[in-house]
Write a protein of this length. Sequence first.
Length: 56
Amino acid sequence: MSPRTGRPTDNPKRHETRIRMSDDDVYKLNFIAEKLSMTKADVIRKGIDELYKSVK
């Protein structure tokens, strides 16, 4: 069996997290992702980065 192939990256995403969200949270996430033309995962990552910067 051949190894996995794909586009190489300098920042591999090796971890997966599941969260429970309210309907309101899902609506907000979808709204932001659509308005900013971003994926939902990218919106979440950006939110984490912004909060990390403000706490640090």
